[in-house]
Design a protein around this ligand. Structure first.
Ligand SMILES: [Zn+2]
Length: 267
């Protein structure tokens, strides 16, 4: 028992980035573009208001392309005290890409953060959830101090390759699994997955509270375009209030948790 009780409130602000942007097909699919753009256009402003009301700061893992496309929104996120962290350039799956390509992506991403937000990102989450030893080495070379890419959902640790900190997340806390539905492309494959809202939030609460009781921080993989609907945000607000007031859990940015567990410098 460490006595630490944390919930890492993390959003992946993908917007319309991802495979369809990388291969260009999104420009022939305005409907799918709109599905992604709902995040920055509609959900994030709503979310920022909710977090301001609660006095909670979060981490937004954001592809650099989104930062360039929505600079004012990203500046508003930063100015509200939230952490903007790396998530690739156009949400490329780095796993297995040649080192040169990975390096180019990370350089473009950090340059965008510097140009638009005035500072490089300290945190990074691998788009599509996986990375390899090359990525871990390159992250250390490009100014990143921690990753939140692993899905083991357990205690923070340091990678052997270079000592880079890791704050594991867990797919259970990926809102796509319960709430995402897109037909074309059929992603994630399987369709028909709009689960009962109340049941999903209850499951998340059970895990978050039991994790805190063990001193294991839970870190979310929530997407504003998915969880940021009016109805879901009502439940999200209730969920965050319960964690704090009924269970004594500190809901906060990922860099703060990494700093507490591993001594990695926080902003
Ligand atoms: Zn993502």
């Amino acid at each position: 028992m460490s006595g630490r009780r944390y919930f890492g409130l993390a959003f992946d602000l993908d917007g319309p980035s991802g495979d369809a942007l990388v291969n260009g097909s999104i420009w022939r699919k305005p409907g799918y573009f709109a599905f992604g753009a709902y995040g920055p256009n509609r959900a994030v402003p709503r979310l920022l208001e909710l977090l301001a009301g609660l006095g909670i700061r979060a981490t937004f893992f954001t592809p650099a392309w989104v930062v360039r496309r929505w600079p004012e929104l990203c500046l508003a996120i930063r100015d509200a005290g939230h952490e903007l962290a790396g998530h690739g350039d156009r949400h490329e799956a780095l796993f297995g890409l040649p080192a040169d390509e990975q390096r180019g992506i990370l350089e473009r991403a950090q340059q965008t953060f510097l140009d638009v937000l005035g500072a490089e990102a300290h945190g990074f989450r691998a788009p599509s959830g996986d990375l390899d030893a090359t990525t871990i080495a390159l992250l250390g070379e490009h100014g990143y101090r921690y990753s939140s890419s692993f899905r083991s959902g357990d205690l923070p640790f340091r990678h052997e390759v270079n000592g880079l900190a890791e704050l594991p997340a867990k797919s259970l806390f990926d809102d796509y699994a319960a709430f995402a539905y897109t037909r074309s492309p059929n992603f994630p494959a399987g369709l028909d997955r709009i689960a009962d809202y109340g049941a999903v939030f209850r499951s998340w609460r059970e895990e978050a509270v039991a994790g805190a009781d063990e001193g294991v921080p839970v870190t979310s993989i929530w997407h504003p375009k998915i969880i940021g609907t009016p109805g879901r945000l009502v439940l999200l607000e209730r969920f965050l209030r319960e964690l704090r007031h009924e269970h004594g859990i500190r809901v906060t940015r990922c860099d703060e948790i990494v700093a507490d567990y591993l001594g990695v410098g926080a902003a």
